[in-house]
Design a protein around this ligand. Sequence first.
Ligand SMILES: [Ca+2]
Ligand SMILES: [Ca+2]
Length: 376
Amino acid sequence: MNIKNQALGGFSLVELMVGMTIGLITVLVVTQVMSVAETRRQASISGADSVVNVGLGLYTIEREGKSAGYGLTALQTAIGCPIKAMHDTTPINLNLVPVTIIDGASGAPDQVRFLASSKSGVALPMRISQDHRVETAHFFVDSDMGATDQDLMLAVPTTSSGATWCTVFEHHSGGGGGNNGNNGNGGGQGLNQISHPSGQSSLNPNAAWPSAGYTAGDAIVNLGSLSDRTYFIDNKKLRVSIYTLRTASSVSADLYPNIVQLQAAYGKDTNADAVVDTWDNATPATSAAWQQIRAIRVALVARGQKRESGTVTLDGAAAASTCASTNPHPAAVCWKPNPAGDGVKIDVSAGNAEWQRYRYRVAETTIPLRNVIWRE
Ligand SMILES: [Ca+2]
Ligand SMILES: [Ca+2]
């Protein structure tokens, strides 16, 4: 009878408390395990995002670099030629070079600018067959193959100087009051012509031209519409700026997020043995120095999205010394401007006091300038 009463009495207070304590401990353990798993998951997703962003960004720049200089580098002496043009009354100045590195001040991100002819099919220069005065609207050339109206053309002197430079103009075959067989200046019937009638394009004012004009043996390069793209970092994004010479204006677009740094260096062959021997980002001052550039190196740095609870990236001086060693610390942000030389630190501290609480991923590559190398 007593036994039956005890069984009907339910749990005692002590039993209940023990049961609840075991339950609470179980919940605590499960919560802890899930929290750690989630932190790890976020860290690995954040790392995977960085790898994808930095890989795609570098691939985009590499692809652009491989076609840089297409159509522009067939004339070896033309590389480095200063290009002048006028858009109505606005002067345009650039250099006939496949790639330009704009070095960021004090370790800030660099910018890389690529130029190429966008004319598909025919990118061989046309030889100018007769001396050309600026006031005449028609160049006589050996062959005008591939030239169509409104193509951007580049007149290139055999050697450029302060008084002779490269001039951009827009080709209009029917301009100047004549047609292909009658240029209105006497003669020229039956000769191939490339024309820059001043009234037919904003790009054709005579003010852009060297006063001495061009001479027989100089060349004209068909740019099509000229591909001019600059890759740069802005607000933790890799972006591209596309310059349109025809309208003298540019537009920018976002490419990949969470990219915080871009560093670049020229690969120069300074002793003409076709092997790159110097890696730096000094802008060449002469045409001859521009011709030494055979490759560039580019490094991109992506930042993980996850802010860690403690410091996970090495600070300045520590990073600088470990970057220059044979086995850099994995928490240092480094790259090698010279693939066979010492690494250097990349500064990723800009704009964020907590930059050391983020992880960074560096991707770097050498981009050979194929159009420069193959011309030889
Ligand atoms: Ca730099
Ligand atoms: Ca060399």
